[in-house]
Design a protein around this ligand. Sequence first.
Ligand SMILES: Nc1ncnc2c1ncn2[C@@H]1O[C@H](COP(=O)(O)OP(=O)(O)OP(=O)(O)O)[C@@H](O)[C@H]1O
Length: 612
Amino acid sequence: MTAKDQPRTSAQDSRMAPASTLGVLATLRRAAQVSPELLDGLAVTLVLAVVAATARVLVPIAVQQTVDTAILAPGGVDVSRAAALVGIAAVGLAVGAACSALVNVRLFRSSEAGLLTLRTKAFRHVHDLSVLTQSTERRGSLVSRVTSDVDTISMFVQWGGIMLLVSALQILVATTLMAVYSWQLTLLVWACFLPLMVVLPRMQRGVNRRYAAVRERYGAMLGAVSEAVVGAETIRAYGVSERTQRRVDAAVAATRRAMVRAQTLVAVVFSSGVLVANLVLAVVVVAGTWLGVAGELTVGRVLAFLFLVQLFTGPVQMATEILNELQNAISGWRRVLGVLETPVDVAEPGEDAVPSPRGPASLTFADVGYAYPDGPPVLQDVDLHVAAGTSVAVVGATGSGKTTMAKLVARFMDPTTGAVLLDGTDLRRIASHDLRRRVVLVPQEGFLFDGTITENIAYGLRDDVVAAGPSSQVVARVEQVVAELGLDAWLDELPAGMATPVGQRGELLSAGERQLVALARARLADGDLLLLDEATSAVDPVAEVRIARALRELARGRTTLTIAHRLSTAEAADLVVVVHAGRVVEVGTHADLLARGEHYAAMHSAWVSQTR
Ligand SMILES: Nc1ncnc2c1ncn2[C@@H]1O[C@H](COP(=O)(O)OP(=O)(O)OP(=O)(O)O)[C@@H](O)[C@H]1O
């Protein structure tokens, strides 16, 4: 996604208040900006909803008219008038029902379209966030924002939003008609409901707080469960199943507690509504009969009033539920909008972009310093120039900053000070699609997707290349790189060759085989600068030979920066860079550095004494 495509909610627009601080209306307004489809055809839907609500009022009017002017007509029962009135009411109800159905269909369409946009935008944005932001933010929480939070919104937009308006309208129409029939009874109804209307908003705020807690616990639970599933092997290997189970249990129990607290209050609110509604009905029956006997109210009006009370109490009760859903939706929206406005910290260059044509790549670290957010500096004053075509091995103790250097070159994040340059151009000025084409990173454990070996290698091709050609071309290119890296023999040994499924995360393959797939994928990506994080996992000698040959083939003619965990890699490199506590302390050939007798020489002799 380019900077231009960013949703307007991005926090790069500093004039905008963060979503978490927005009021209800402002949140709804911003939500409508992000998913304008929600408003599609809303005017027509509203008109239909008004027609449906008004049609419902026809019933009490018809009842009153039928009883007072047809059944109790002064000259005896007027059957034809009664039939006509019933007919009118029936037509009104049919029209109302048809309008209701249309309202539902229309709302469903527009809300699904709006939610699709919201989900897509949120998902894309999660992808645009730097690797750093993604690991800091709990991944489970990000997942729940794109899934369950959007679901809470859908409950409201598919039904609640319009029902809130229709309910308000129904209360208004019912009150007006009740007042026309009997102002005394109308006052009584309102007198019963007013206390509820005062108390409800307070209870509602309590419900909101409790639901906010539910959402939070739910996100934490997803995080705990997915961590336990992803880390299942480690958990089993270390025999810490019980400890992990306890953590998951605690997260599940916390979610249950929060849910029960929220639902208890909802039940209290709902029951109060039912109680008051029944109370009102009883009061109307008693007072209506009394007024009727006193001759102040006709039988038809008392009956109509009972219907109207139903029309009144229904929406009042429903409004509580809908307000509840509204609050859920608002907190869901705030969280999803919050994702959308998390700034993309590795920004696209936009108009300042400098083209980075393919060709031999040179790499420069110019006075680079880096600190992870809220952390101490992990790289300081790094100056390094790697000429095009050179193979560089970066060595150093664990935690010295080697991987951080590679991440800066892949532009997973930008340096805190100084600049990293590709062919003399600051990476910040190279568009990400250019950079991805030129710089290819092979991590220690490349991520394999659930699919065949061919499919996994084909991830090395850019989307536009895959989309442009037929799949037979993609397969042909995959087969070609496999042959170039000398992997045919390995694939012949596999049960289904290239079509062998790798399983989730590649778990059906051995560690060495996963590396081979990752190398073939990198070869297909065909970058100019290769960043290799050398795998530390031990593999069998045959695989070792295959990997070494594939690596040699892969690196041929390219600039390579290898985070070397084996000093044999450093021996074979053109240039060795020694990193110590975040600083580059030595640069030279293996022979030079050995002769110098300092850091590298010490590491080397320690390594030799251990391995030879
Ligand atoms: N995502 C992160 N957030 C905060 N600190 C980090 C993060 N990644 C690494 N660090 C810290 O930065 C320092 C350098 O880490 P780095 O991964 O670059 O070291 P390394 O030399 O590659 O180590 P190794 O050889 O063990 O892979 C370490 O102190 C590490 O704790």
